[in-house]
Design a protein around this ligand. Structure first.
Ligand code: AMP
Length: 190
């Protein structure tokens, strides 16, 4: 079983490439952002709680997102593989993910980090806002805050995976096909 953490800043292409991995490898895709947006659409208590945080570009609490993943992992422990998109986003979440996987007799195979510079991220997110309808894509201050939150709270996870020899940086610039070829080349080595 191949369990991939697809990592990178907002706008790096995690969602796009997750969809391609699901189609080609039959992996199960977990996007905490998508799960949270579904909770908001369903007007659940959790959704109401998460919305104000997400609209500001801040992180939803570790307890909430870790709790969301617990059942999903248990229900999919016999899949061909799992792709984690937008999770973990803090070192506490990375530690919790290892524990949740271990409880099910599985582990993270690799963390693939899509490397994209800030101006390109902003360009992509502003373009995505035209179709995504996401409030957090539509406002430059929120985009900047999300990138800042990523740099402060999420980027330290790189060291966590480096220490486990699971860190695989990938050049995230180029066409979708070029980037996806690089991702597949790394997956072949796992
Ligand atoms: P995304 O769709 O991955 O860009 O996530 C959208 C928003 O959902 C983020 O800006 C956070 O507010 C929230 N979110 C998604 N995943 C997480 C996570 N793993 N931890 C905390 N907040 C998250």
């Amino acid at each position: 079983m191949l369990n991939i953490v697809l990592f990178g800043p907002p706008g790096a292409g995690k969602g796009t490439h997750s969809v391609k991995l699901v189609a080609d490898y039959e992996f199960v895709h977990f996007s905490t952002g998508d799960i949270l947006r579904a909770e908001i659409a369903a007007k659940t208590e959790l959704g109401l709680l998460a919305k104000s945080v997400m609209d500001k570009g801040e992180l939803v609490s570790d307890d909430i997102v870790i709790g969301m993943m617990r059942n999903k992992i248990r229900q999919n422990k016999d899949a061909k593989g799992l792709v984690f998109d937008g999770f973990p986003r803090t070192t506490a979440q990375a530690e919790a993910l290892d524990k949740l996987l271990e409880e099910n007799g599985i582990a993270v195979s690799a963390m693939l980090m899509l490397d994209v510079e800030k101006q390109e991220l902003i360009k992509r997110l502003q373009k995505r806002a035209e179709v995504s309808g996401r409030a957090d894509d539509a406002n430059i201050d929120i985009i900047n805050n999300r990138i800042e939150v990523y740099n402060d709270q999420t980027l330290p996870i790189v060291d966590y995976y480096k220490n486990q020899n699971k860190f695989k940086p990938i050049d995230g610039l180029g066409t979708i096909e070029e980037i996806y070829d690089r991702i597949q080349a790394v997956i072949k080595t796992l």
